[in-house]
Design a protein around this ligand. Structure first.
Ligand code: FE2
Ligand code: FE2
Length: 491
């Protein structure tokens, strides 16, 4: 696979582990210092020796972490504390201290604490006092902004506090949900772009940023799947390379969620999915973007993207660890379950479940996207039928079924004609699987041909006073025929 001797590969991964280990260790020490500072400042006046010592320790460990990575980010996701992207486990020793920090931050409405280089001891002291004050009063909507203001007044310029990511507090407002999903999606596209461009230019990519973006996507899929899956319908041709990776990541994570994978497994799967085509960044652009059919040589180059992906991932070590699951997915995602795809398997092998999930997500997104101005994307329902019925496509049928459950028989973004003669775009699959042929749709053209700007959402399970369904789907239609861009209904 590479010319690198085996021994040097081993040492690479060992370096990775030790860096990761070091971060974990300093991260724990930092949380412990934060805890000690909170406790001692609660019990004693600020001049007290113990308080002063605690603040000195806190300043020192934060400094060490910032030297490792600037800025330092402490993030609370559910029951986890992340220091940068390393998750710190609660164990018996740390249960009381970490739990206390978690509670205090929760009480103050803080989900993310960002600390930049240049932070000093005095700023920590102000922050700790403010956190102690704030944690004594009931949580309210503007508590965090009050805390922020007091920090600014107190001269704290190197520490910022932010609310928990959207999934942690229930956002009821539909518009707000859309905004958050859009932000998550755009961040995903931006980091993918950065990675692809870095690889093209032979620079090392910032995997840490990518990991955080993927965590954002996973968190969103777990809390607000509909808005995020809706955005996959944008399928912007000019940005295809990047949006495709983000879409595959979203679909893969949503399938993984249906299979019952844990949040941490979903982080891994999402990262692998985002990187599945990273090898394409090493394929010459004239081959990658050639509008017509590829000749034999070009096709061979294109088919090398799985192992080019493995090579690229070897060069990417965010905090040292080698993303080996991502490598397997990059290598296997075109192999097909019967191994008739590429690269050719030398021996019999079972594809990893992550590869099989990514293959399904990849196929669906690729076939429903427009990849050049000459090609017309297939309608989503046709794609699903082909994946389900044609065994030569080589997908795992259980996973195709999970995809159908996710997107519905009429996937999100499908243009449909109703028996009321309205034209509508599918907004979300029906959460009730027994009603999979009755999604929630947004009306876009009324029966008399009137364009409805932000038309109403209609649940096709709605029943009229006569006991019959108010509206049903007659057939799927091509949105272009009606001058409709499905993606517009989701932004
Ligand atoms: Fe691929
Ligand atoms: Fe792909």
């Amino acid at each position: 696979m590479t010319d690198e001797p085996l021994s040097s590969r081993k040492s690479l991964s060992e370096t990775g582990r030790s860096e990761e280990g070091q971060l974990r260790q300093v991260g724990r020490a930092f949380l412990l210092d934060l805890y000690t500072s909170l406790r001692s400042l609660k019990l004693y006046p600020v001049e007290n020796d113990q308080v002063q010592r605690a603040l000195t320790d806190l300043q020192r460990t934060s400094q060490t972490l910032i030297e490792m990575e600037d800025p330092l980010e402490v993030r609370i996701t559910g029951e986890f504390i992340f220091v940068n992207e390393t998750r710190l486990r609660l164990n018996l020793d740390s249960y009381a201290s970490f739990g206390h920090v978690l509670n205090t931050l929760n009480q103050c409405g803080v989900g993310v604490l960002t600390v930049g280089a240049g932070v000093d001891r005095r700023e920590w002291q102000v922050l700790i006092s403010l956190l102690l004050d704030a944690s004594n009063t009931p949580l309210s909507a503007d508590k965090l902004s009050e805390l922020s203001q007091k920090m600014v007044l107190g001269g704290v310029t190197h520490i910022a506090v932010d609310p928990p990511s959207a999934q942690e507090h229930d956002v009821e407002d539909e518009e707000q949900k859309k905004e958050i999903a859009k932000h998550t999606y755009e961040r995903g596209v931006a980091v993918t772009k950065e990675v692809v461009n870095s690889v093209r230019m032979g620079r090392s990519a910032n995997v840490k940023k990518v990991k955080r973006a993927v965590q954002g996507i996973v968190d969103q899929v777990l809390s607000n799947e509909v808005s995020l899956v809706g955005l996959t319908t944008i399928r912007d041709y000019d940005e295809y390379t990047f949006t495709h990776s983000v879409n595959v990541c979203i679909f893969a994570v949503a399938i993984g969620k249906r299979l019952g994978l844990t949040r941490l497994q979903l982080y891994d799967l999402g990262l692998a999915a985002l990187f599945h085509d990273v090898g394409k960044s090493r394929v010459p652009l004239e081959v990658l973007t050639k509008p017509g059919a590829l000749d034999e040589d070009e096709w061979r180059i294109m088919q090398s993207h799985p192992w080019l992906g493995v090579l690229t991932l070897f060069g990417m070590r965010g905090y040292g660890e080698i993303p080996y699951r991502g490598m397997i997915v990059a290598h296997e995602h075109h192999m097909k379950v019967d191994l008739t795809g590429y690269p050719k398997a030398i021996r019999p092998r079972n594809l990893s479940v992550y590869s099989k999930i990514v293959a399904v997500a990849d196929a669906f997104d690729a076939a429903t996207s427009r990849r050049s101005y000459q090609t017309v994307p297939l309608q989503p329902d046709e794609v699903l039928r082909e994946m389900w019925e044609n065994p030569r496509r080589g997908y795992d049928l259980v996973l195709v079924k999970a995809l159908i459950n996710l997107v519905g028989i009429y996937p999100v973004g499908t243009c449909v004609i109703l028996d009321s003669y309205d034209v509508a775009i599918v907004h979300a699959a029906n959460p009730d699987i027994s009603q999979i042929n009755r999604p929630v749709v947004r009306l876009v053209l009324s029966a008399d041909g009137q364009r409805l700007d932000s038309g109403p959402l209609v649940n096709l399970t709605e029943v009229g006073s006569d006991g019959n369904f108010t509206r049903s789907i007659i057939k799927v239609s091509n949105p272009e025929r009606w001058g409709i861009t499905p993606g517009d209904c989701f932004v």
